[in-house]
Write a protein that binds this ligand. Structure first.
Ligand code: ZN
Length: 480
């Protein structure tokens, strides 16, 4: 008996504390071909800018991790955004629709690349999407993930979260001033050699060092960041945008002659900070698991209603009765909304999106289907995240009523993983996710004029109800 007991004890001690992991990382060039593909640069204003050349290449970068039972891929694409149906198409191409594989795709949200959302064509309201490019992009991502999933090797994951001083890197255009200081780094290392296979970096800032006067394709600072990490480590680098809403932009010199230099400065500074943070961090194994929730959000934004047929380009749209709308209905609803403004509540359409929590060993990813305001992620209404800036600008004619702001806990406080990354534009892009107390619009077809105090973001949000529905979904997923 005693011998058996000690044998069992020895076996228990010898058993690995965590499951072994298999991983691979890589990238694929997804730069549009300006000779054969039409490129309307997305971002800034209501129309696209015709691209005149390529400053630096666009990529899709991926990390594929398996625990032997389940496999997940984390992909970041250098585009302004991808809709839920784009991600579903990638999953279908891969045959990843069951409970054994999961594809998690986010966009870096750079603002000088091809229109992938159908919002920046030659004229306002006209899509700038080149269908041939769009199909190629989706196929390229699926091919990359499929290829990496065949080349998995034994690996361990190091994950670190570090709050850094964001000054000189990012600033906040909209009051209250809340900067997200969290730099997250997830590094996959070969188990035998310790060699870096891939490094993932997550930071909260719009990739907008290049502005609306730039006519060249560029991946902006995330491209520079990844190039630096890849050069220093020899492995692939994946960049995820965090809570970038309301409105975090680079603290950089925007003059045309400085833009690219500044993109390099910001990208390299973040790359160096990320590599310093993860250097020497212990690596571990663990399981791969995920939970997702499909959430239906009402389309309340008057502009989204006017362009409802465009929204069906990337989403399934439902009626108030829960049935999917027939193809003609979005055209009818848009017309009715414009002519007999506003559309009555009983005709309000709903779109389906996905909220997700993914664990890869010691790292957890919270997938937000849009641009979360940083204050919903980290709080900061008390001035604790203003980094020397005034919490509300003295020039603001109608500052937000901070007494009505949510008291917390905020999403950052609810996370359970030791290193838990709040990832924006994940598996969908529905625009800004705005705290309800500060959601202010003018009740007109175009939602203009903007109420005083800077409420531009409301015109690029699906509506005020979406914030609570998305945050409630996280409560549910994290509680399980
Ligand atoms: Zn944005």
């Amino acid at each position: 008996m005693r011998i058996l007991a000690s044998a069992l004890l020895a076996a228990a001690l010898a058993a690995p504390a965590q499951a072994a992991l298999l991983a691979a990382a890589g990238k694929v060039d997804v730069t549009p071909d300006l000779e054969t593909e039409t490129v309307w640069l997305a971002g800034y204003g209501a129309t696209g800018r015709k691209a005149r050349g390529v400053h630096d290449r666009l990529h899709a970068r991926a990390l594929v991790v398996s625990d032997g039972k389940r496999t997940a891929a984390v992909v970041a694409v250098d585009v302004i955004g991808l809709y839920r149906e784009d991600v579903e198409r990638m999953r279908r191409e891969l045959g990843w629709n069951g409970d054994k594989e999961y594809l998690f795709v986010s966009s870096t949200h750079q603002h000088s690349g091809p229109d992938t959302l159908g919002l920046w064509g030659r004229f306002p309201g006209v899509s700038g999407v080149d269908k041939k490019y769009h199909a190629r992009l989706i196929r390229s991502v699926a091919d990359l993930v499929r290829d990496l999933a065949r080349r998995l090797e034994e690996a361990q994951i190091a994950a670190v979260r570090k709050d850094i001083d964001p000054r000189g890197l990012v600033r906040d255009l909209r009051d209250p001033v809340v900067l997200d200081p969290e730099l997250d780094v997830v590094q996959v290392r070969a188990k035998k050699t310790g060699k870096t296979l891939g490094t993932l970096v997550r930071w909260s800032c719009h990739p907008e060092t290049s502005r609306g006067d730039n006519m060249l394709v560029t991946a902006d600072f995330p491209g520079q960041l990844c190039a630096r990490v890849e050069e220093k480590t020899g492995g692939a680098c994946v960049f995820q945008s965090g809570a970038i809403g309301g409105l975090l932009i680079p603290d950089s010199d925007h003059t045309p002659e400085k833009q690219f230099e500044e993109g390099e400065r910001v990208g390299h500074a973040l790359a160096d900070a990320a590599l310093a943070a993860v250097a020497g961090a212990p690596a571990a194994g663990g399981g791969v698991e995920w939970r997702t929730k499909l959430v239906r959000l009402p389309v309340e934004n008057s502009i989204y209603l006017a362009f409802l047929p465009n929204l069906t380009f990337g989403h399934k749209v439902y009626g108030a009765d829960g049935a999917e709308l027939p193809r003609w209905k979005p055209y009818y609803l848009a017309l009715r909304h414009l002519l007999l403004f506003p559309l009555p509540d009983r005709l309000r359409p709903w779109v389906e999106t996905e909220v997700s929590v993914l664990r890869l060993g010691p790292a957890e990813f919270l997938g937000v289907p849009g641009e979360l305001f940083p204050e919903l992620a980290v709080g900061g209404y008390d001035g604790s995240r203003r980094y020397g800036y005034a919490l509300t600008k003295p020039t603001n004619p109608a500052p937000p009523d901070l007494a009505a702001a949510p008291k917390g806990p905020y999403l950052r406080d609810k996370r359970r993983g030791k290193v838990s990354l709040i990832v924006g534009l994940a598996n969908d892009e529905l625009g800004y996710v705005i705290p309800g107390y500060d959601f202010k619009t003018t009740r007109s077809r175009t939602m203009t004029p903007h109420p005083p105090g800077g409420h531009y973001e409301e015109t690029n949000s699906i509506g005020p109800s979406s914030t609570k529905l998305i945050l409630d979904a996280f409560d549910e997923l994290l509680a399980r």
